[in-house]
Design a protein around this ligand. Structure first.
Ligand code: NAD
Length: 428
């Protein structure tokens, strides 16, 4: 695994600068877009059940809202930093612009570890976060969502605090709420299915039938499980899946050359996406080292676990047979590895296109919440397919037309849309 320490914000700015050059953006537009428009950093005092008070550090970064209210998750993480939140806010702006939804980019966080906090303490952090920001967020300003270590309950507590402060019902303030309390059908499936909608389109473009393909997947959590479900329904065959083993504190890759069974694996998987090793062995899965998902003889690789997984050190283990890499995870490929993949002509579906199904469905949740009318799961997933397919086609058309790498084409489209909106508003 890559040991280099990337500053994510510097990396996000470097990516932006490269595309700004391609687009020949003027100085003012560059200045505006390479930094967040607004940042909030604050303290959240929490009185614990034992009477002691602990102060938590909170952030919200609003990168750009030229296309609409900011949108982005809130992470709870002990190593959260303002630079991580800044970088993620930039990426949210580009992701929303790429799938053409009327939202800008934001991100938030709290430095904390929910593993070591009672439910009461987590609730107080959620309510405190909203109290600090109640005038600066909201359905028409900035719409938060869950992210790393935050879930539907956290979102509901935040909504409740916001509604208490503002004296009304504002379900469009936040997304990722429980279904039945303003949440959307289809959100659980959205990211994984979105990944496969883009793979389906890439296969069409390459003239390959899904039924004739095999895939290797890193991760077996929310994104991976639903990607495997839809890919298998379309006739594809997943032969290897890797995940983290909590007991042994290392990862393993589970392989069945005739194809893994999703239901079988789900029956031996915990809620964190960890597969039980001994039960997998009993079901005749080969148990390989965790990083071996990358050197399987397959047509498609789907990294859907963590960032920085395809690196300068392991990229050459990718077999010649691999035709498509679909980045389900955020930032799974380091810039060094990306250059090699581009040179080898592997069809790359970059993260902010491949995994944009999640934010697209969050946008659908916001729309449904604002009109207080909820769609069926089929309706949601049908609309998701249209959005993802449209976004894929616009990126691949531009990539072909201008002879650009798919990642660069996606950035060009997204940044161009945001830059144009800023110019049209006369901000620059
Ligand atoms: P998750 O927590 O549900 O699952 C993560 C999976 O990765 C688990 O199966 C875990 O065992 C596995 N894993 C962890 N470390 C590993 C390792 N070293 N080797 C192999 N497997 C390992 O997470 P998720 O929601 O599926 O998200 C996965 C990725 O997708 C993350 O990068 C996330 O930011 C990104 N993403 C998720 C969504 C979403 O809607 N869930 C949306 C956009 C992007």
């Amino acid at each position: 695994m890559e040991t280099k320490n990337y500053n994510p914000f510097e990396m996000a700015q470097a990516q932006f600068d490269a595309v700004a050059d391609i687009l020949e953006l003027d100085e003012a537009t560059r200045d505006l877009l390479r930094n967040p428009a607004r940042e909030y950093q604050f303290s959240i005092p929490v009185r614990r059940e034992d009477g002691t008070v602990k102060i938590y550090r909170g952030f919200r970064v609003q990168h750009n809202d030229a296309l609409g209210p900011c949108k982005g998750g809130i992470r709870f993480h002990p190593q959260e930093t303002i630079d991580t939140v800044r970088a993620l806010s930039l990426w949210m702006t580009w992701k929303c612009a790429l799938v053409n939804i009327p939202l800008g980019g934001g991100k938030g966080g709290v430095v904390c570890d929910p593993h070591n906090m009672t439910e009461h303490e987590q609730e107080q952090v959620c309510r405190g976060w909203v109290r600090q920001l109640s005038r600066n967020v909201g359905p028409t300003k900035d719409v938060p969502a869950p992210d790393v270590m935050t879930n539907a309950s956290h979102m509901l507590w935040m909504l409740d605090e916001y509604e208490t402060i503002h004296g009304g019902k504002y379900p469009g303030f936040i997304t990722g709420k429980p279904v039945g309390l303003g949440g959307s059908q289809g959100r659980t499936e959205a990211t994984g299915y979105g990944v496969v909608f883009t793979i389906r389109e890439a296969l069409k473009e390459l003239g390959i039938r899904c039924e004739d393909t095999t895939a290797g997947v890193q991760g077996f959590g929310n994104v991976a499980q639903y990607a495997i479900q839809l890919y298998t329904q379309l006739g594809g065959c997943v032969i290897a899946v890797s995940c983290w083993d909590q007991t042994e504190q290392k990862s393993y890759c589970y392989r069945k050359k005739t194809g893994v069974s999703l239901d079988e694996l789900l029956s031996i998987t915990d809620r964190f996406g960890g597969i039980d090793k001994s039960k997998a062995e009993a079901l005749d899965y080969e148990v390989l080292a965790g990083d071996q998902w990358i050197d399987q003889d397959v047509d498609i690789l789907i990294p859907a676990a963590l960032e920085n997984q395809i690196t300068g050190e392991n990229v050459n283990r990718i077999r010649d047979r691999v035709k498509i890499i679909a980045e389900g995870a955020n930032g799974p490929t380091t810039p060094e590895a990306d250059k090699v993949i581009q040179k080898r002509g592997i069809f790359m579906i970059p993260d902010f296109l491949a995994n944009a199904g999640g934010v697209t469905c969050s946008y659908f949740e916001q729309v449904q919440s604002n009109m207080n009318y909820f769609w069926s799961k089929d309706e949601v997933l049908g609309k998701l397919d249209l959005k993802m397919t449209d976004a894929f086609i616009s990126v691949s058309d531009l990539a072909r037309e201008k002879n650009l790498y798919m990642r660069d084409a996606a950035y060009v489209i997204a940044i161009n849309r945001v830059a144009r909106a800023c110019r049209d508003r006369r901000w620059v």
